[in-house]
Ligand binder design. Structure first.
Ligand code: SDX
Length: 372
């Protein structure tokens, strides 16, 4: 048994051995199956990263085509959409998504399997189902029928086109594809840890994914990206954002989109890249320059006041806004993109499992007697 030690929030604690990814803060590199995530974002597509995460190697042309087809033809059971339609429209999109992910188990005859190879085999279908559910969440809440993906379109184009229900440009699809890769995998964040903890009881992938959705909703985690956009819209200009941030800091409030447990007082490499993506999108669309200026001012204020840097959510939010994505879908899209990484971790946990069962430092009373 390891020596007992206690670190609040497990800060700095190594909790898993993995071949999937590693945040090398010394080299400032996010390693995903041996590749630098930033190079992957700049050179390949999300479907390639799905293949890398699940197959432990980048797909060749044939495997990539097979993956894209599986992702785009995955069928969401009609009953799952019916369950979503029964939910109150005011219910948080992440709670609706959590319900749908859980319900998917009811339509998979092998749902209870914790067999790693069975899970690896069905992962592309699950990723495709989750993306289609996310892409239709707002539509279903509005009483409209879901739109299935079109096998003739690429995965990223399908995903974005279904969300915004309009034709989308190549520049918009590329920006969205880059954001999906940026969100695809990031070592052991709270939601991935939650998935591995659940999987370590040999509970199935649906349960582990449901735990991850529940975790990701939190504003300290995945919920930050929608909070960033609401803050930017509340401010409306660079000067107003500077004032708003200072007011919030004076009230000891956290500014969403800044800080990170692992990066501490360093720039999240993904944020730097998504800032470039935002710049490219502003140039391609000929709009959004004031939004970009506002984000850059916020970044400068937080660095000057707190020595803090943006994390990926800070620049992903304005990218999604310029793509006309409904704000309530920002975090669900985070989960859909991360489902590839999550499933790789669930497979890995089931392939070489050790039940997670930490201990405590007990600070309560002892020796009490009933009636004494
Ligand atoms: C994601 O883990 C992952 O990899 C997650 C993620 C992924 O890809 O899965 O990267 C995605 O979740 C990104 C993070 C999104 N969350 C936010 O943007 C919410 C705002 N951020 C903070 O709540 C905070 O930075 C955390 C939660 C991200 C990290 O918190 P920690 O490591 O527990 O840091 P802390 O609370 O101990 O703060 C250390 C200091 C404190 O100052 P002091 O009290 O010591 O003076 O930094 C300050 C904090 O007040 N601080 C902030 C701040 N973040 C930290 N002050 C103002 N605004 C902030 N955002």
């Amino acid at each position: 048994m390891q020596s007992a030690s206690y670190s609040p929030g497990l800060e700095g604690v190594i909790a898993a051995e993995t071949r999937i990814s590693f945040l090398d803060t010394e080299q400032e590199e996010i390693v995903v199956r041996g590749y630098n995530l930033l190079e992957l974002i700049r050179t390949v597509g999300y479907v390639d990263v799905v293949g890398l995460l699940l197959d432990e190697q980048l797909p060749d042309a044939q495997r990539r085509q097979q993956l894209e087809r599986e992702l785009c033809t995955a069928e969401v059971p009609q009953r799952v959409y019916e369950i979503l339609a029964l939910l109150p429209p005011a219910m948080h999109a992440m709670d609706r998504l959590r319900t749908a992910v859980s319900a998917l188990a009811g339509f998979d005859p092998n749902a209870n399997s914790a067999d790693p190879e069975e899970e690896r085999r069905k992962a592309p279908r699950l990723i495709g189902q989750i993306a289609q559910i996310v892409a239709n969440l707002t539509r279903i809440a509005g009483g409209q029928p879901p739109i299935p993906f079109d096998p003739q379109r690429s995965f990223a184009e399908n995903f974005l086109h279904t969300i915004v229900a309009r034709e989308v440009s190549a520049a918009e699809v590329r920006a969205f594809d880059q954001a999906l890769i940026a969100y695809s995998e990031h070592e052991l964040p709270n939601s991935t840890f939650a998935a591995r903890v659940v999987a370590s009881t040999l509970a199935d992938a649906y349960g582990a994914l449901t735990a991850a959705v529940a975790s990701l909703k939190g504003p300290l985690h995945g919920g930050a990206n929608e909070a960033v956009m609401y803050m930017l819209l509340e401010a409306g200009s660079a000067d107003a954002l500077e004032r708003l941030i200072r007011e919030k800091l004076a009230r000891k409030e956290r500014i969403m989109g800044f800080g990170h447990r692992v990066y501490m007082r360093r720039m999240d490499p993904r944020a730097q890249l998504l800032k470039e993506t935002l710049r490219e999108l502003v140039a391609a669309k000929g709009t959004g320059a004031e939004l970009l200026e506002m984000c850059e001012r916020g970044e400068a204020v937080m660095h000057a006041e707190k020595g803090l840097y943006p994390n990926l959510d800070y620049y992903a939010a304005p990218v999604y806004y310029l793509l006309d994505i409904p704000i309530e879908l920002y975090t669900p899209i985070f989960f859909a993109a991360r489902s590839a990484g999550l499933l790789a971790h669930i497979v890995e946990q089931h392939a070489q499992n050790r039940l997670y069962r930490p201990r405590v430092v007990y600070t309560g009373p002892r020796g009490l007697r009933v009636g004494a």
